[in-house]
Ligand binder design. Sequence first.
Ligand code: PLP
Length: 361
Amino acid sequence: MSTQRVHNFYAGPATLPASALERAQRELLDFSGTGMSVMEISHRSKEYEAVHREAQALLRELLAIPENYHVLFLQGGASLQFAMVPMNLLGDGVKADYVLTDDWSKKAFQEAKRFGEVREAASSENTGFDRIPWQIDRDPEAAYVHLTSNNTLFGTQYQTFPDTGDVPLVADMSSDIGSRPFDLAPFGLIYAGAQKNLGPAGVTVVILRDDMLARCRDDVATMLSYATHAKHDSLYNTPPAFAIYMLRNVLDVMRQAGGLAEIARRNREKAALLYDAIDRHPDFYRGHAHLDSRSTMTVTFRLRQEELEGGFLAQAEEKGLVGLKGHRSVGGMRASLYNAMAIEGVQALVDHLERFAKKHG
Ligand SMILES: *Cc1c(COP(=O)(O)O)cnc(C)c1O
């Protein structure tokens, strides 16, 4: 691209692969030989349907999603899933467990309280959400255990998922879906807003197992019912066609990059580069997450001298390192290292850390 691209560390919406954007630019006025953009064509056209199916197929291939799972493209963000999950799955005498690891999981928990009996099965709130609570007080009767795989505000991430026996896991994977391979078997339902690692805002990916779908209530409003969207292959009403088109472009780039094993290798390499820099200067920088819970996607850290943080951020911005200000609930810095963040961007950030520590340390 001829235009200047910065190193974008925003948590979401977030950096996307330049090649996926360039493809959209090339195809914008004439999508698939139609003489129209993908935003202007019927969602019932064969050209749009091909994109829809390709996005589903790529997601299945990349995440190794078996046949007994549905891949849905919904709207309303992960936030609507906070309600849709319990609305469809809970009810009289049907209970669920929630693991609280940041404000997002707390929101999911609060929302679920409207629809059934839900319980806090574990929480790391008393240590400032700095770790994954590995011990879960499980109810074997629960319909599901809800967790957040990557905690976008605090920078913690499950490295392995808890064993919940016969109780299915339901996971908000908004900020690490597509960052690494994982075994789907324990998961009954996964949801993710696309705007962190998969594409633009506007589409929410839901991966739903057959037996969970079979358990869904049938008295839910049509548009809020998983059954509607599963039955109509996410084409019950007009889908967010442009967002799904961009999702397709991003997934195609991920496949060309070698799939999730290779992407995970790069993500580990990038995260290690940054954590090593933080750890080299323990008197100057302080990582937020406990060592066993550090995220490869979301690196949170502070300066020991908090009054220097404004200067750190301003000078980073001058070097084209943007979006590093931490969430207000944690403060300090947050570097989101999603798939599309190149190692050169992380290296540029590490150079900034080194120079800043040398000058002020
Ligand atoms: C960003 C984020 C959300 C909120 O997503 P919306 O699409 O804005 O509703 C929820 N959960 C996690 C883990 C997130 O990172």
